[in-house]
Design a protein around this ligand. Structure first.
Ligand code: F0G
Length: 459
């Protein structure tokens, strides 16, 4: 008999969470300008805003903190960190940073010139913003299945290789400083990229002499999807698959706040010694000396240990089961989600669920507010608030291609009854979906506006 897939750990420390009343939440949300980023975390019951930096660390990670060597240069913890990264990622040069976007900023500041184009399956918000900050254009080239939330395909995160080659021919390879592939494709629904797709992308980039980088935040989840879904991979270890993914690339950016179970940290890797030298020079200017890069020695220790633990296949089996559990329970009841469930999150298709709210009234943001009001559950909008653009000529809003509400599951944090509660809350909101109203923007920052935007309810 198939047994329940259980959490492969037990709880040693507990952190209380606070139940609020609906009238309290109505007041708190109004004060937060209908932007859940502006709530106090204390006022959130189940926090699915992000899986970034929110993991529970293991006893071995907490023990490793005590071994942190806080020497400024050449600390023992740095060498342990570098060895752990090299063992999986295999790149010649490892550059530590305080988180993923710092790695992005350094890479794009050096690699990109105004007028350049950086293709990706789908850029995440900070990646796009850092490319644009360098004067270049961030171009999304997801495979056609990846654009359709309801389409079921094993590797919806794949990059459209034909579109990539067309772009290179049209723009000219000299305008494309690098190609990125995000594993798994976060903004595209947490969907995986296949080894076959990575090999094809590598062949095209090699043909035109363009470096290939992985945005590797969720590399272990991507590798586990490959093990489960790609032909000939079932008997391979996740580590071996991860190593093959990285062997196809010239470098990577990484946020250790995801698949390294760390609360902070990241790194940048490359095989190019000249580029590494320039990156280290810039690192010293803004992040720190190259053997700590803005991190404490203890952070380096936690990451080194986390990278070992994340490849544990019992953990990954549980991780996928718990995400799928949420996805299946709501989709069976009729809630439209990005199919199939991703590794780290479930994405509700707000455009399909709330067809009466146009993109200009931010249906996924409205849904985020409703979930909070109904049960103190916090998700995040990945739609026109995050990725909408202004038409430079008319000032009119150009909506994002999808209006998603992401429910990201922190690693090793919530139990099945927490998720049952989330399911109940979503189903209650779904039942009353026709009464949900859209939102109007009252304040926005010039870039990455979703973090600080304020709204009012629209009629
Ligand atoms: N790339 C991807 C695919 C990401 O998901 C993130 C962060 C980053 C880069 C940047 O890393 O936060 O360490 O600077 N994503 C978080 C999220 C914030 O909620 O998905 P960072």
């Amino acid at each position: 008999m198939a047994r329940t897939i259980i959490e492969p750990f037990r709880i040693k420390t507990v952190e209380p969470i606070r139940i609020t009343t609906r009238p309290e939440r109505e007041r708190l949300l109004r004060e937060a300008g209908y932007n859940v980023f502006l709530l106090r975390a204390e006022d959130v019951l189940i926090d699915l805003l992000t899986d970034s930096g929110t993991s529970a660390m293991s006893q071995e990670q907490w023990a490793a903190l005590m071994r942190g060597d806080e020497s400024y240069a050449g600390s023992r913890s740095w060498y342990r960190f570098e060895a752990a990264v090299r063992d999986i990622f295999g790149f010649a040069h490892v550059i530590p940073t305080h988180q993923g976007r710092a790695a992005e900023r350094i890479l794009f500041a050096i690699a990109c010139r105004p007028g350049d184009i950086v293709p990706n399956n789908t850029h995440f918000d900070t990646t796009r913003a850092n490319i644009e900050q360098a004067g270049a254009e961030a171009r999304d080239l997801p495979c056609p299945e990846g654009r359709d939330p309801a389409a079921v395909h094993p590797f919806k995160g794949n990059l459209d290789v034909r579109a990539l080659e067309e772009l290179i021919r049209e723009a000219g390879p000299e305008r494309i400083p690098l190609v990125l592939v995000t594993v798994t494709n976060n903004s595209g629904g947490g969907q995986p990229v296949s080894l076959a797709n990575l090999r094809e992308v590598r062949d095209v980039t090699k043909k035109y002499g363009i470096p290939l980088y992985l945005d590797a935040c969720r590399f272990a989840e991507n590798a586990y999807f490959i093990k489960l879904r790609e032909e000939g991979c079932a008997e391979r270890s996740v580590k071996e698959i991860a190593r093959e993914m990285f062997s196809l690339a010239d470098g990577c950016t990484m946020s250790a706040k995801k698949d390294a179970f760390a609360n902070i940290g990241g790194f940048l890797c490359t095989n190019d010694p000249e580029l590494a030298r320039e990156e280290r020079d810039l690192l010293i200017l803004t992040e720190g000396y190259p053997t700590y890069g803005g991190l404490a020695g203890r952070d380096l220790e936690a990451i080194a240990r986390g990278l070992e633990e994340v490849l544990d296949e019992d953990y990954l089996r549980y991780r996928f089961a718990s995400t799928r559990y949420l996805g299946e329970h709501i989709s069976r009841a009729g809630v439209p989600i990005v199919e199939p469930p991703g590794g780290h999150a479930i994405y509700i298709d707000a455009k399909a669920m709330l067809p009466h709210i146009p993109p200009s009234r931010f249906p996924a943001q409205a849904l985020a507010c409703e979930l909070y009001l109904a049960g103190g559950v916090r998700g995040v909008e990945i739609g026109s608030v995050m990725f909408g653009k202004k038409d430079p000529a008319t000032g009119e809003e150009i909506p994002a291609s999808m209006e998603l509400l992401r429910l990201a599951i922190p690693r090793r944090v919530y139990t099945q009854s927490h998720i049952d509660y989330v399911v109940e809350t979503i189903l209650e909101v779904h039942e009353h979906r026709e009464a949900i109203r859209g939102l109007r923007l009252t304040y926005e920052a010039p870039f990455l506006r979703h973090f600080t935007a304020r709204f009012e309810t629209a009629e």
